[in-house]
Write a protein that binds this ligand. Structure first.
Ligand SMILES: Nc1nc2c(ncn2[C@@H]2O[C@H](COP(=O)(O)OP(=O)(O)OP(=O)(O)O)[C@@H](O)[C@H]2O)c(=O)[nH]1
Ligand SMILES: [Mg+2]
Length: 521
């Protein structure tokens, strides 16, 4: 977007099924970027949400890949990234977390804090990403609100500071008490939740008259929270000690306006970013950005490959020639796009916090930095320890060209890690994944997008360790170990199990065998 309005850049994260894509859509609906929710929220009749665009996502009703949406709201420009909840895709979610300034964490009111949610909370804490908590699905029976606050405090050690408090227990969502003003905001359902939910602000007196005991209980609990010091404190929130909490029903568009306002008022704007060499790029320094995601197949008609870059500093102008840090080569940015799910529209300018799509930028890989002026390189995005391995061959040998092209693209996107060795040859690379659903995505995309169905044959390995050329040479003759190379040059030694790793370390104490960060559940 071509103006200087303030930016808010955040990710929506949680355990699968908590309602991230539904909330993403509700936010877009509320900001009036879409006029009707794409999801017809009936069971079995669910159309895809704006952010779930892959065929596989539509068929299964889960998000498989992250989706970026940029839209205007009030006097702000919002950059939102909807992430997949499934732990098999957590590498994608973690990459997104390197590109945002805050996170909206969804909690399913009926389920409390689920494993993947807890894990993501920890990642945010580690990276210093402030977290806003949304208790979702309040339209359905669930845990008591105070109990949920206890769970947040005990299980993740963040102090919850609710900004709104539900009026009506889970399953009887009448509205919220806005704690700052003490007002009642009453929500009204619309048919199927397809349009913005009307809301009415009422004074406490009106609320008592209308809602009686239910209102009084909310007031009591609100006072209890206040007495306990559970009020919002901006500094502590930004320091990662507290989390503002809101109650919502994404499906019915309840609580969505309050969340948008919260994001504008309290979520942090883009800030200075450290580079690998220990320096810092200030927001108003010269232009720089890094690629956190590469995706193709967004549009079956054009085989576009899109690199998603987060602008870190400076102003981006379309057509600008930037430097690609990895190769030192100049790079022309003629085809910069704003992204809204799968829709692209060309942009002339972008500011820090914006996520831009660079079309057919073949040179760009996940983690790459581009810049103008003083050289800068941002830290690489993490890759995880794969735990599942399979050899991959073209089902139809006559389609080997398509096969190679597809595998190369899959590799560049980081859908799985692609490993090769002289022994196995190029016809039969090994795919390495954090979770087996990643294999299914590869199978589906190779068949439909690249017209080269594949055969996968699972290998017995479950452990990968980083080694080097020397280690590879030593391990070449060792039984139960195989060394392959990733396209970034990294040598990975694969082992059947942990015992084999231990035994090998004992027998060859001098070689490098380094654990990779754990990814999956
Ligand atoms: N009752 C109720 N159902 C909801 C609400 N929000 C989402 N759902 C339903 O929960 C299911 C999952 O919603 P999604 O938005 O796809 O969940 P998600 O978190 O994006 O899931 P993944 O991307 O697969 O991790 C869908 O059937 C939604 O209609 C809500 O507020 N109330
Ligand atoms: Mg989703």
């Amino acid at each position: 977007m071509s103006d200087s309005r303030p930016r808010r850049t955040f990710a929506v994260i949680s355990h699968p099924d908590a309602g991230k894509s539904t909330l993403t859509e509700a936010l877009a609906l509320h900001a009036q970027v879409i006029t009707e929710a794409g999801a017809v929220h009936g069971k079995g009749n669910r159309r895809a949400t704006v952010s779930d665009w892959m065929d596989m996502e539509k068929a299964r009703g889960i998000s498989i890949t992250s989706a970026a949406l940029q839209f205007e709201y009030g006097d702000h420009v919002i950059n939102l990234v909807d992430t997949p909840g499934h732990s098999d895709f957590s590498e994608d979610t973690y990459r997104v977390l390197s590109a945002v300034d805050s996170a909206v964490m969804l909690v399913d009111a009926g389920k409390g804090l689920e494993p993947q949610t807890l894990k993501l909370f920890r990642v945010c804490a580690l990276r210093g990403i402030p977290v806003i908590t949304v208790i979702n699905k309040w339209d359905r029976p669930g845990l008591p609100a105070l109990e949920l606050m206890d769970l947040i405090e005990k299980q993740i050690g963040l102090r919850p500071t609710p900004l709104t408090w539900p009026v009506g227990e889970a399953g009887d969502f009448r509205g919220v008490l806005e704690r700052r003003s003490g007002d009642f905001i009453q929500y009204t359902r619309t048919a199927g939740g397809a349009t913005r939910a009307p809301e009415r602000r009422m004074s406490p007196d009106e609320a008592v008259a209308g809602e009686g005991d239910v209102w009084e209980l909310a007031v009591e609990e609100h006072e209890l929270l206040a007495a306990d010091g559970a009020d919002h404190d901006q500094e502590r929130f930004l320091a990662g000690e507290t989390t503002p909490v809101m109650f919502a029903s994404a499906l019915q568009n309840f609580g969505v306006a309050q969340l948008l306002d919260l994001l504008l008022d309290l979520a942090p704007p883009p800030r200075a970013t450290p580079s690998v060499d220990g320096g810092v790029r200030e927001v108003d320094d010269e232009f720089s950005a890094f690629v956190f995601k590469v995706q193709s197949g967004m549009n079956a008609a054009h085989r576009d490959r899109l690199a998603y870059a987060r602008v870190v500093s400076g102003t981006f102008d379309r057509g600008m020639v930037v430097t690609h840090a990895a190769s030192g080569r100049p790079f022309a940015t003629k085809y910069a796009q704003a992204v809204f799910g799968r829709e692209l529209s060309s942009i002339d300018q972008a500011l820090p916090g914006d996520i831009i799509g660079l079309v057919n930028a073949q040179a760009l890989r996940v983690g790459d930095t581009i810049y103008v002026g003083d050289r800068v390189e941002y830290p690489p995005v993490p890759t995880f320890a794969p735990e599942h391995f399979a050899t991959c061959t073209a089902a139809d040998i006559g389609r080997y060209k398509q096969f190679r092209k597809g595998i190369e693209q899959i590799d560049q996107e980081g859908v799985v890690q692609v490993l090769r060795s002289d022994l196995r040859g190029d016809q039969s690379p090994v795919l390495a994944a954090v979770g087996t659903l990643q294999f299914e995505v590869v199978e589906e995309r190779m068949a439909n997008e690249f017209n080269s169905p594949i055969r996968l044959s699972r290998l017995d390995y479950s452990q990968a360790r980083r080694t080097d050329a020397e280690g590879a040479a030593v391990l070449a003759g060792v039984r139960g170990v195989e060394v392959l190379q990733r396209s970034d040059g990294t040598h990975l030694a694969l082992f059947v199990d942990k015992w084999r790793v231990t035994a090998t370390t004992r027998d060859h104490p001098d070689i490098m065998l380094e654990a990779l960060p754990a990814g999956g559940a």
